[in-house]
Write a protein that binds this ligand. Structure first.
Ligand SMILES: Cc1cc2nc3c(=O)[nH]c(=O)nc-3n(C[C@H](O)[C@H](O)[C@H](O)COP(=O)(O)O)c2cc1C
Length: 151
């Protein structure tokens, strides 16, 4: 039998096999980034089908870093119950799940969040070329958002 079907351990996490669902934006969260029953069920079905490790679609670490409509967020504590339910549903099927943390930076969907890349109210769409002036400050800000989600 192929090694793909054999259990393995990834950074201390036991996996039933070596099949990994690569991160894929599902567009199944609410407009506030909360996991829905539909998203949870989709993940549970992937695990039921035998995917050892699921990587979620990119989840925004701060509201202004949202990239896509109905994208899941992990930006504040209101997202925790939905994420917990989703993880529990996958675990019940013998699978494991990891969240892909993301910030869309200058590509953020300001029209969806109503915020620009600095987290202040957006006047217009801003792109990379507009953002070059304050790169170190912005990188520090992004890093603190990522660390905040790892608490
Ligand atoms: C609809 C869609 C959504 C995706 N969302 C993400 C994402 O959230 N994060 C990511 O890193 N890659 C994302 N990807 C890229 C996929 O994870 C994958 O790398 C890509 O489809 C290439 O895989 P393939 O060579 O097996 O087709 C997405 C791809 C598609 C088609």
């Amino acid at each position: 039998m192929s090694i793909l079907f054999e259990p393995t351990i990834l950074k201390g996490m036991s996996l039933a096999n070596r099949f990994v669902r690569s991160a894929t934006w599902e567009g199944m969260a609410t407009s506030d980034g909360i996991c829905t029953g539909r998203l949870t069920e989709t993940m549970a079905r992937l695990a039921e089908g035998g995917v050892g490790l699921i990587i979620t679609g990119h989840a925004y670490v701060s509201r202004e870093g949202q990239a896509s409509p109905w994208q899941a967020g992990i930006h504040d504590d209101t997202t925790i119950p939905g994420l917990t339910q989703m993880a529990d549903a996958v675990h019940q099927q013998g699978g494991r799940i990891a969240v892909q943390l993301a910030h869309a930076g200058g590509r953020a969907a300001t029209g969806l969040s109503g915020l620009n890349a600095n987290g202040t109210v957006s006047g217009s769409q801003r792109w990379y070329s507009d953002l070059q002036g304050d790169e170190p400050g912005r990188h520090r800000q992004y890093c603190s958002c990522f660390w905040g989600c790892c608490r």
